[in-house]
Design a protein around this ligand. Structure first.
Ligand SMILES: [Zn+2]
Length: 239
């Protein structure tokens, strides 16, 4: 095999290992982000419940204030009853009192409904607050674990990156640049074998003349379809 291609295939092995370390670190962080998101969502839910409970408390106080006014109005009408002169006046006051009582009853019922709803919400709130407390602890624990794990992976990665840098220094800048560009565009695989005239990167046929040149192995040649760097791979050592 062409010496430069050989260097690139070795470099690729290392780069794929580095990519695997990165994927491991990202997977750890993604899990943590998921837990963090769930925690934040519960926090929002709790705030919403608190607001709802507060709003019903305000509404209840308002109704109670109105209720007190209604009651004193009825009392006032009742004392007036003693002084009425005519039946018409009497009937009119009586109606006012009856209506007032009906109104009070409705408000009282409304207050009960509001209080029941607030109570139900308070129960739900307590459940979520308890869950949040547990989640907070779990999240802190998970965060510490992820940092530890990610740190360990970073440590392994740093060693291999140092090895990679040393290897890369031995490769021509233009070749390395081409390789790095392909690596980014082709999901990490920049150098692939040709088996039975087929590029193992895109699985397209390599034209015979091009294949003959690859067989010679005297220079770097790319796949005409996917542009990956090619080397000849006898069928026996197919992956
Ligand atoms: Zn190809």
């Amino acid at each position: 095999m062409n010496e430069e291609i050989k260097q690139l295939t070795e470099l690729q092995v290392i780069d794929l290992e580095i990519a695997e370390f990165d994927a491991e670190i990202n997977a750890e962080k993604a899990e943590l982000a998921k837990s963090d998101k769930a925690f934040n969502e519960r926090q929002v839910l709790i705030e919403e419940l608190k607001e709802k409970i507060e709003a019903s408390e305000t509404q209840r106080r308002e109704l109670e204030g109105q209720l007190a006014d209604d009651l004193s109005r009825i009392k006032e009408r009742q004392s007036k009853m003693m002084q009425v002169q005519t039946n018409r006046e009497y009937q009119s006051l009586l109606k006012e009192i009856e209506d007032g009582k009906k109104n009070i009853k409705e408000k009282e019922e409304e207050i009960v409904r509001i209080m029941e709803a607030a109570e139900a919400n308070s129960k739900i709130l307590a459940e979520h607050e308890s869950l949040l407390k547990d989640e907070k602890k779990a999240l802190a624990k998970e965060s510490t674990q992820v940092k530890k794990k990610a740190g360990a992976i970073e440590g392994k990665k740093a060693k291999i990156v140092a090895k990679r840098d040393a290897m890369a220094k031995k490769i021509r800048t233009s070749t390395l640049k081409n390789y790095d560009m392909l690596r980014t565009r082709r999901n990490g695989k920049a150098v692939v074998g040709v088996v039975n005239g087929i590029c193992q990167g895109c699985f397209m046929s390599i034209p015979p003349q091009h294949f003959n040149n690859i067989l010679k192995g005297d220079r770097i040649l790319n796949c005409p379809t996917c542009q990956r760097i090619l080397f000849h791979k006898p069928e026996s050592d197919k992956e």
